[in-house]
Design a protein around this ligand. Structure first.
Ligand code: SF4
Length: 290
């Protein structure tokens, strides 16, 4: 198996076979992200990817149930090539139940409905999308390269194509000044274009990123644990759509998961209880290195 550059996967893909289809990220401008800073985006040759799949099939065969194709924006790969490796994987792994990639909303919208349908028919099941926020001001600040409207359009296209959208929201990304609108506008986006799963993680500044410089220069006021918990509660209170919420990330102060709307009160009670603990009880501030 050959790997090139950083290999990341969502926590929910911890048990998955990882076969690299792309290297780096074609956007590579988000101010909080350091992952692919020194890596140029490229699509690996399909024949090479197929050989890696065949090698994995020889070694693990029927043991493979889920497969993740890194890296940062594999949805940007040409649809026929991505469809071809999805079909090849399905042919090689008889017990495969899920094929997943990362993808940003702007690249999903660029694909259009026909290409997304082709991918779904070829076996792609799920795309993990970094929404980060539903607030255009925050999206512009972090240079996400997309807007709330583009997130909503990508969600609509994916639903129509039969693909599962797992959208990530980054708590604390609006800082103290933007916390209220971050929660309210993100809830509004969820209501307008519900993902299948909404995944929560918390902003941690990373080394060698523009957003860390903002923090250190005092231009970005980070939220403390209590403020993040209050922001989480405001987000959950604002969501009226039926959506699964997962909090499965090491950056979070409290792991609060459940199905909205029926689990809302239980989830809010957990946050309320956490808010009674002193801030010194929670994980300390740290600067991320990966
Ligand atoms: S799109 Fe994702 S991988 Fe690419 S720079 Fe932004 S956060 Fe990083």
């Amino acid at each position: 198996m050959r790997y090139e550059g950083p290999i990341y996967r969502p926590p929910s893909e911890a048990g998955s076979l990882l076969v690299q289809a792309t290297v780096g990220c074609p956007h590579n401008r988000c101010t909080f992200c350091l992952v692919y800073k020194n890596t140029r985006f490229k699509v690996r040759p399909v024949q090479e990817i197929k050989k890696d799949l065949e090698e994995a099939a020889r070694l693990q065969g029927s043991g493979v149930r889920t497969l993740f194709f890194p890296a940062g924006n594999t949805i940007a790969m040409p649809a026929p090539a991505l469809a071809e490796i999805c079909r090849h994987a399905r042919a090689l792994f008889p017990n495969l139940t899920r094929l997943t990639v990362y993808g940003s909303s702007q690249f999903i919208v660029k694909k259009g409905l026909d290409e997304l349908r082709l991918l779904a028919e070829s076996g792609l099941r799920r795309v993990h999308v970094g929404w980060e926020s539903g607030d255009d001001a925050i999206l512009a600040n972090i240079r996400k390269g997309t807007t709330r409207e583009v997130h909503a359009e990508a969600s609509r296209l994916m639903r129509e194509a039969g693909l599962s959208l797992n959208a990530y929201v980054m708590l604390g990304l609006g800082g103290r000044q933007g916390s209220e609108t971050h929660a309210s506008k993100t809830a509004a986006l969820v209501n307008a274009a519900p993902p299948e799963v909404l995944r929560l993680r918390t902003f941690v500044p990373k080394v060698n990123t523009p957003l860390l410089e903002e923090v250190q220069a005092g231009r970005f006021a980070m939220l403390g644990p209590h403020q993040v918990l209050a922001e989480t509660a405001a987000l959950l209170e604002g969501i009226t759509a039926a959506v699964r919420v997962e909090s499965d990330h090491y950056t979070n102060y409290v792991q609060v998961s459940g199905d909205l709307p029926q689990d809302r009160e239980k989830m809010l009670a957990l946050l309320k209880k956490a808010l009674q603990r002193p801030e010194s009880d929670f994980r300390p501030f740290f600067i991320g290195t990966e």
